[in-house]
Design a protein around this ligand. Sequence first.
Ligand code: F6R
Length: 369
Amino acid sequence: EKGGYDYFMLKEIAEQPKAVADTLLGRIDASGSLTLDELRIPHGVLREAQKVVIVACGTAFHAGLIAKYAIEHWTRIPCEVELASEFRYRDPILDQRTLVIAISQSGETMDTLMALRHAREQGAKVLAICNTNGSTIPRESDAVLYTHAGPEVAVASTKAFLTQLVACYLVALYLGQVRGTKWGDEIRAVIRDLSQIAGEVDRVLETMEPVRELARSLSRKNTVLFLGRHVGYPVALEGALKLKELAYMHAEGFAAGELKHGPIALIENDLPVVIVVPSPRSRSVLHDKIVSNIQEIRARGARTIVIAEEGDEAVEPYADHLIRIPATPALLQPLVATVPLQVFACELATARGNEVDQPRNLAKSVTVE
Ligand code: F6R
């Protein structure tokens, strides 16, 4: 049942190109537009929404953080992202013109369910992004966009995360398409790139041997830090979460711009720091800033593990280890940048003798608050 892999997690990491392609299947028409009539939310509701609020937990929350960048950029609708466990306890402002998106692989996470119930009580429309047909969260929502990752068995989420991202991009692009924004041309171009992205994920998977070697060489470390900017920031958070839950190591993700406000004090000799570098083409200001961040931490002794686009030469002098990912539109980069972090965490966990599919103290779906 593990299809020749030692762990479900390895199998599920390998299944990501297919999971991504399946989640796109039938949702882009021949003219290159999105067809999401399956949502069955009247276009009027989508056109009139004044705010989007995303609620989710853990890895799904990280997908939500990335969705915020996409939604605000392509639709200009203000978007908040909140941990489901915090949401309803702070008396959030919601009404009929709020579109709430609840993201959940299992569809049974109690915190997320309680958050969506609260949102509906306040009159908000709730769209679920979910991987499990007929589970509680989609049943209690106004609409659902299913991810087609197939069953995810390993406790640590991998392929479900990538498909949550795809679903979030679809919703963001669809909102843009329905509402008509000045980004129309960009939206069409991104839909085209999105339809090719499974192949790029596959290319990343083919180049993971050096990442595995690197992970094994770090198995006796206690701490790994992760830095990113823009959509690379949630990717850094996700890389840190994977490492905590699988390798039981202290791992933290930071927005690289925050380094100087505190975390840089953590940098010491030979501390591994993973940096997710934005594209030098479409995010050149951010790119230059992160290159200086890499220089700063390296000058203080950090061992820099740099994840950067193919062809990005500016990072080379400062990278102790360089992991290449294919060039993508800036907002789509998480689909390729997350994969090496999953492989890294999985291999480190194995090297430390941990149970990869069933990390200690964790359950696959958390049905208590
Ligand atoms: C991390 C992980 C968890 C889940 C979280 C939400 O690898 O799997 O953080 O993402 O418990 O679960 P769902 O998506 O089922 O609501």
